[in-house]
Design a protein around this ligand. Structure first.
Ligand code: ADP
Length: 163
């Protein structure tokens, strides 16, 4: 079975990567979907940069693919021939949002798309893309939150932005 893992991934964190790992142990193929969230205007990386980084991270794994678009995750799931959407849960507040989204996604896809929730690893429970960006902007080390490749890309961007 193919599943879609949608999100903003600005940037992808070790928390996201742990969910991808869990999903890839359960399903044959995991399609990571970088979706444009119209409510999040000030992004750190462009969609293309986010896709390229995820591609690079998983280039040796033929069971993990990355796509992007400015469409509903349910439409992307149908387009990609996925039966379900994967979501990662970190806390009770995630749960509250995710249960609502799961129900809405079921409604707007006419019961075609279900949601599978996977749980954050304890040590990664407080990791989010916003925490990464905040800690980075304070010039503190983000190694515990992101893969070395992502850290390097963030530093590159900070360096280039100086000019
Ligand atoms: P969104 O813009 O939809 O919030 P994100 O890219 O922030 O997208 O997250 C995508 C998915 O990954 C969501 O289901 C989110 O709850 C989950 N997620 C984010 N961080 C973690 C983490 N540290 N552990 C487990 N799941 C996570």
């Amino acid at each position: 079975m193919r599943v879609l893992y949608p999100g903003s991934f600005d940037p992808i964190t070790k928390g996201h990567m742990n969910i991808i790992k869990q999903a890839s142990e359960l399903f044959e193929e995991v399609i990571v979907a970088v979706l444009v969230n119209p409510n999040k205007k000030n992004t750190f990386f462009t969609v293309k940069e986010r896709v390229d980084m995820i591609d690079e991270l998983y280039k040796d794994n033929p069971h993990i693919k990355v796509v992007s678009g400015q469409i509903a995750s349910t439409d992307m799931a149908i387009e990609q021939d996925c039966k379900a959407i994967i979501r990662g849960l970190r806390s009770i507040s995630d749960f509250a949002n995710e249960i609502e989204m799961a129900q809405i996604n079921r409604d707007i896809s006419n019961n075609q798309i279900n949601t599978v929730s996977l749980f954050a690893e304890r040590t990664l429970q407080n990791v989010s893309s916003s925490v990464v960006k905040e800690v980075f902007s304070l010039n503190k080390d983000i190694s515990r939150y992101v893969d070395p490749l992502i850290k390097e890309k963030m530093e590159e961007k900070r360096y280039n932005d100086r000019f």
